[in-house]
Write a protein of this length. Structure first.
Length: 101
């Protein structure tokens, strides 16, 4: 039994919605914001792979690999910034950061 493209797109849309809600509803914890951004990138990658599979084209899978590389570098740079931020402020909460500035 073959699963249709609509079911895959519903999964991708739900991942995108969860990541968007993670950014909007939780603005105090910067780690959850970074995780939500990564989930958003993975949802976009999933869309590329879905369309690549159903259109029988390899280009979407190649773009997906590029986006995974960008996401990995973004995570490494973001965690490096978080470590240095924690060493300076002794907290990674964004609410306290906004109040101190």
């Amino acid at each position: 039994m073959e699963i249709g493209i609509i079911k895959y797109l519903i999964i991708s849309l739900s991942l995108l919605t969860i990541s968007f809600l993670g950014i909007v509803l939780n603005r105090t914890n910067i780690i959850i914001i970074f995780i939500s951004i990564e989930l958003m990138l993975l949802s976009i990658n999933f869309n590329f792979i879905i369309y690549s599979r159903f259109l029988d084209d390899l280009l979407g899978q190649i773009f997906s690999l590029f986006f995974l590389t960008i996401g990995a570098s973004e995570s490494a740079i973001g965690l490096g910034i978080l470590v240095s931020f924690y060493q300076i402020r002794k907290s990674i909460s964004t609410a306290l950061t906004l109040l101190r500035s």
